[in-house]
Design a protein around this ligand. Structure first.
Ligand code: CDP
Length: 796
């Protein structure tokens, strides 16, 4: 390296905590969200939703709605059926009603749509629609769903005689049985991970604009995966794919909620085609909370075979997943229960077996990957609750129990008990950093001392490695479309550049961090690279952003396309310096002659030459595209430790301290990584302490507004202490990065719950299901018993 090499941090390369460029417009109120899209002649759509969770539709009378001035169209399921659009395929190979025809199957289901001059007329007209329902018995959990004589919810499906969607298994049953046969102790745990909602502040919506003159359909859409939507619209609506343009504008959060295809999208598209005018639909908050993209709602049962010295010999898991009325999980198609079998990947366990059953209930379709890689959140929560209970059953310290069962640093690549291949990590080192930060031994002393005075202190640990970055394409696809991603880089003649990827930021800061990767690879200052995502007419085909896959896959594509550009720039440099390519060396931002380091050209000079002075026979221009199919998932590791104090009189618990040690490999932008961790821990705290969507016995959704579905504000969210000293680069990622977006939301909940359970140690209480509301903690303490299942709605 010569003294002319650029300072990477100064140009905003890797490791620079560059301020988020997108925030300039967000904090000035200049973001361009879906509701900001206004087109000439635009009409507005509203949806009539079912008040009943399960009912046969006897008739729908829309005549009064049609009579209201300003109404242009009233759509019903019957009308959709004439165009073969009453049902649509889901991302899990099921079907979902677009507008109900035969029955409604959950409260809030879409029954009809009105398109009118403004949203108020459309809403009034919805109320003028008269639907005659015949109520049917309601099913709100897997137990009722599988009971003898339970009504079949999906009687629309040929051959569907029960409410079971699938039975699926993975692992080695025989080896697991053998492990259990030789166990000294078997530790058991049952729990429920309650239904939750990603609840982005911006709801879902679309502005469909069909132009009859050009036959082009443009849809502005709140989607995390624009290209998948384009393909799905082409298949379902039978519009040629090249005549469809999906534009995903700034998104006000996504968290998995904006991956699926919703009936509102389909209806607005059809309405625009029929009326030949733009049609806007945007949900209200209640519509969003009761009908779109629920997460979790899984019942878990597990057993751990243990040797008395603390070695875990084997694990058995069973899950009953409540999918609601349609199986619409966004998940890699082969694995029915997503990546639930990534559980226990951090531990060296010889044998494991998982069985999973999915069932229909009269609830909105659930199972989206809410800040989660397809059920990884449930897997890690269960794992870490189970590990704590097993350590307690053995009478072994919970930190020591984890350490003795961790995969060792020199044991990579490591085959997990369910068959994944993990490739790197320093698990014990991360745990040591966390224990030191929380002052573990001192806290244990204080805890024992406090207990003598009737004061309940507790400490919870959660340690996990999770699979981020689906795919590789050998194993991961959605609707058969292989999971890879892409980047397209155009370097202009003045050395400025535009980068487009197949990912789609919902606030994660891609416009900032992708430019940092280009700066690292090419020495073009990050400020000189503009990043665009979300427009299928300009971005290369990609699978979108969810499951923290952007950095592992699209981020890798950014590095690879930059390297392609550098390879061409090297040829240009050789031409400009009049030496052969082999005599050229690279340092950040500059090529130079090996034997005469003072003679060199900058990347910007090469860019100018690509348009003005290229060698004979070279194709002009400096641009390229890379498609990246990762060889494996990335496996970040995290330790979350929480201490709490529980008030024995009220059941209220307060967080005393939270420590997070995240090893996500090389950090592109440390400040953004910290923001991701803080956001994830906030959501983890919310899940553990206050947040759930539940249903009463009649199938009414309780949690349809922000008075009932609680989002923690800065007031109640505790402070977090973050540690970044352990860095284990990903061996196969071009810049050594691993995903981070969801880690804290995935691993965090168990740390909070484990802390409260630890405070209750000695009371005989083994489990309180989330959320740990004060009355549930009080009930457990007062009666010395577990509090299980979705919180009951007390009927006075
Ligand atoms: O897919 P998603 O963007 O939600 O998750 P991610 O790939 O984990 O990235 C979240 C944000 O953190 C992005 O802005 C990344 O570029 C950034 N990040 C980083 O700076 N360093 C890492 N090792 C991982 C992510």
């Amino acid at each position: 390296m010569t003294s002319k090499a650029l300072d990477e941090v100064k140009i905003g390369g890797l490791g620079s905590s560059r301020k988020r460029v997108e925030d300039d417009r967000f904090i000035r109120g200049k973001g361009h969200y879906l509701d900001d899209v206004t087109l000439p002649g635009m009409l507005h759509m509203e949806i009539l939703r079912s008040p009943l969770p399960h009912a046969r539709i006897k008739s729908i009378d829309t005549s009064k709605a049609w009579e209201i001035p300003g109404v242009h169209l009233v759509l019903t399921g019957e009308m959709m059926a004439t165009r073969n659009l009453a049902w649509m395929p889901t991302l899990s190979y099921d079907t979902q009603a677009v507008l109900a025809t035969d029955k409604v199957r959950f409260q809030g289901q879409e029954v009809a749509c009105v398109i009118a001059d403004d949203p108020y007329i459309a809403k009034d007209a919805c109320e003028a629609i008269d639907v005659d329902y015949e109520p049917l018995p309601v099913i709100v959990n897997p137990e009722q769903s599988q009971a003898d004589g339970a009504p079949v919810i999906r009687d629309d499906k040929d051959g569907q005689a029960s409410n079971v969607i699938y039975d699926w298994e993975v692992g080695d049953k025989a080896a697991t049985d053998r492990a259990f046969a030789r166990a000294d102790l078997i530790s058991k745990l049952e729990l429920h991970y309650p239904r939750s909602h990603p609840s982005p502040i911006e709801c879902c919506g679309s502005v469909a604009d069909f132009n009859r003159a050009t036959s082009k359909l443009t849809v502005h859409l709140t989607t995390q995966a624009p290209h998948i939507i384009r393909a799905a619209v082409a298949m379902v609506a039978e519009i040629p794919e090249h005549l469809i343009r999906i534009i995903s504008p700034d998104l006000g959060g996504g968290f998995g909620n904006k991956v699926p295809i919703y009936p509102g999208y389909v209806c607005s598209i059809l309405a625009s085609i029929l009326l030949e005018r733009p049609v806007k639909w945007i949900e209200d908050k209640t519509g969003n909370l009761i009908s779109t993209g629920f997460a979790r709602d899984v019942y878990l049962k597990g057993e751990m075979a243990l040797r008395k010295d603390g070695k875990i010999l084997g694990v058995r898991m069973h899950t009953d997943a409540d999918h609601g009325a349609f199986f619409s999980d966004a998940q890699p198609s082969k694995f029915k229960i997503g990546l639930m079998h990534s559980a226990f990947a951090a531990y060296d366990i010889p044998a494991a077996h998982l069985t999973a059953r999915g069932v229909y209930t009269n609830k909105a379709p659930g199972g989206v990957a809410y800040r989660c890689s397809f059920r990884v959140t449930e897997a890690m929560f269960f794992q870490e609750r189970m590990v704590q209970e097993a350590a307690n059953d053995l009478g072994i310290d919970q930190a020591a129990f984890r350490r003795m069962n961790f995969v060792a640093d020199d044991d990579f690549p490591h085959r997990t008990p369910f068959g994944f291949l993990t490739d790197s990590g320093q698990y014990a080192k991360c745990l040591d950093v966390g224990l030191k930060a929380i002052d573990y031994d001192k806290f244990r002393e204080e805890q024992a001392e406090a207990r003598k005075r009737g004061k309940l202190l507790g400490l919870g640990i959660s340690t996990m490695t999770e699979p981020l970055g689906a795919g590789n394409s050998r194993e991961y696809d959605i609707l058969g479309i292989k999971m890879f991603d892409s980047a397209d880089l155009k370097v202009h003649m003045t050395g400025k550049a535009i980068l487009r990827t197949g990912a789609k930021s919902q606030g994660q800061g891609h416009e900032t961090t992708w430019a940092q990767i280009v700066a690292h690879e090419l020495g073009i200052p990050a400020a000189d690279v503009v990043v665009e995502e979300g427009d299928t007419d300009t971005a290369p085909f990609g699978m979108g952003t969810y499951a923290s896959r952007s950095t592992p896959v699209a981020g890798a594509a950014v590095a690879m396309v930059s390297r392609k550009i550098r390879a061409k720039a090297r040829k240009l440099a050789a031409h400009l310096l009049e030496v052969s390519e082999e005599d050229i060396e690279w340092e950040l931002g500059r090529f130079y002659v090996r034997s005469a380091p003072g003679r060199g050209v900058t990347i910007q000079e090469c860019a100018m030459a690509a348009y003005s002075n290229m060698p004979d026979g070279m194709e002009p221009g400096l641009e390229n595209t890379a498609y990246y199919d990762p060889p494996n998932l990335t496996w970040p590791f995290a330790v979350y430790i929480v201490t709490v104090e529980v008030d024995p009189v009220t059941g209220v618990w307060d967080v005393l301290k939270t420590v997070a040690v995240d090893d996500c490999g090389v950090r592109i932008n440390p400040m953004i990584v910290e923001g991701q961790i803080m956001g994830g821990l906030t959501e983890a705290y919310a899940m553990a302490s206050m947040q759930f969507i539940t249903f009463d016995a009649d199938g009414n959704c309780v949690g349809s507004n922000y008075m009932d579905y609680l989002l923690p504000s800065a007031w109640e969210t505790p402070g977090f202490e973050l540690h970044s000293e352990v860095v284990t680069p990903c061996p196969h990622h071009p810049i050594g990065a691993k995903g981070i977006g969801e880690c804290a939301a995935v691993g965090g909940p168990a740390a909070f719950v484990n802390a409260v359970m630890d405070a209750l140690g000695g009371t005989g209480v083994r489990n309180i299901d989330m959320p740990l509301l004060p009355d549930r903690v009080w009930e457990a303490l007062t009666h010395g018993r577990d509090v299980s299942g979705a919180p009951p709605i007390r009927q006075e």
